[in-house]
Design a protein around this ligand. Structure first.
Ligand code: TXA
Ligand code: MG
Length: 337
């Protein structure tokens, strides 16, 4: 099939919405990363998302709605805390895991009796949901296991010929996927995947916020994942990524002793003035790093980097999301100096 490249015009968004109503898959911009959107209630369309990505069938899709009040149509027993969180964080980069009802097919939820609900703030995604009238199931629009796409060109690269269309809505604002949470007790949540809604932001509304251990550690053999996505190798470019947790001085020493210009280094913006080896920079603070990380991982593949030392980001605030993506890209290979 030929993949249409659509623009952010009302006419093109109508085309995208019509394709989704007909059961096709469309690449759609969101404020986090680009998604592969299809009608969440159409089992065939959802099956096609899994095959376009090469995604394991037990890894559930997030369902995107235009307003949190719509969640009542697709879920049961929404906790009072969810409404308070929605008031503060929706629309935006937060996904809440709730009990689903029959309107969400089992294929969409990867066989679980829960569903992740997100209200995206990107005007293009928002308009397509409105125009289609469908709940939109959308995983990140990358081939399964590869870094998530933050531009329409990334989606074309992974999905051309496999999906009906891609809508170009510019560079993704946040650059990492939404924060995924589940509910614990009356006033607590558990972060299953860190994103730009941080633990401290959640603590403004919740009494307790637990960071699931699988965010920073590899699951032990046979251990059950709270979120199926945590089982799989993720965000990995072809290059071998090794994360080094240290200050710039020790990082430089390490690179000098282990390859120098033979390897590639991914360092903070600002570090390059003091770092004499082949490098790429990925931002000078956590928000910039979130915005750039997936793009840089893709660029490293384009230039054919085989081995990459990454100066580990801070794991505070939004940094936790960047740290989590990188530690997975590195297959949990971290050197602490
Ligand atoms: O920002 C985002 O969330 C992007 C954009 C497109 O909205 N979507 C996205 O979807 O990142 P995906 O499928 O690439 O990642 C969804 C993650 C997976 O790790 C999945 O296991 C987890 O959320 N998840 C989805 N539904 C869940 C559920 N019911 N229970 C636990 N984890 C769930
Ligand atoms: Mg993904």
């Amino acid at each position: 099939m030929e993949t249409l490249l659509l623009k952010n015009t009302e006419e093109d968004l109508n085309t995208a919405a019509e394709l989704i109503r007909r059961g096709e898959i469309v690449g759609i911009p969101t404020e986090t990363v680009y998604g592969l959107g299809a009608d969440a209630a159409n089992e065939n369309a959802v099956r096609n998302i899994f095959s376009a990505k090469g995604r394991p069938a037990d890894n559930p899709l997030i369902v995107h709605l235009s307003d949190f009040s719509e969640a009542e149509k697709f879920t049961e027993e929404i906790p009072a805390l969810a409404y308070r969180l929605a008031e503060r964080f929706c629309p935006g980069p937060l996904t809440m895991v709730l009990r689903k009802n029959d309107r969400i097919p089992m294929v969409t939820s990867g066989g679980l009796d829960t569903v992740g609900i997100r209200i995206p703030s990107h005007p293009v995604m928002h308009r397509i949901i409105e125009l289609s009238g469908c709940p939109i199931a959308a995983p990140s629009a990358n081939i399964s296991g590869y870094p998530s796409p933050t531009s329409a060109m990334h989606v074309i690269k992974d999905m051309s010929g496999k999906i009906a269309a891609v809508v170009d809505g510019g560079q993704s604002e946040f650059g990492v996927e939404s924060t995924v949470i589940s509910f614990e007790g009356e006033n607590g949540v558990r972060i299953l995947r860190p994103g730009c809604v941080t633990k401290n932001m959640l603590l403004e509304i919740c009494e307790s916020v637990v960071i699931d251990p699988a965010i920073l550690n590899d699951l032990a053999e046979g251990e059950k994942a709270a979120s199926p996505g945590m089982k799989y190798k993720h965000y990995s470019p072809k290059a071998d990524i090794i994360m080094i947790e240290s200050d710039l001085e020790s990082f430089t020493e390490y690179v000098k002793a282990h390859g120098g210009d033979e390897v590639f280094s991914l360092i903070y913006t600002g570090d390059e003035k003091y770092f004499p080896y082949r490098n790429m920079t990925y931002g000078g603070n956590s928000s910039e790093q979130a915005h750039l990380i997936f793009q840089r991982l893709r660029e490293l593949d384009e230039i054919g980097a085989e081995k990459v030392y990454v100066r580990a980001p801070s794991s505070e605030g939004v940094g936790l999301a960047v740290y989590n993506r990188l530690i997975r890209a590195a297959g949990f290979e971290v050197i602490r100096i």
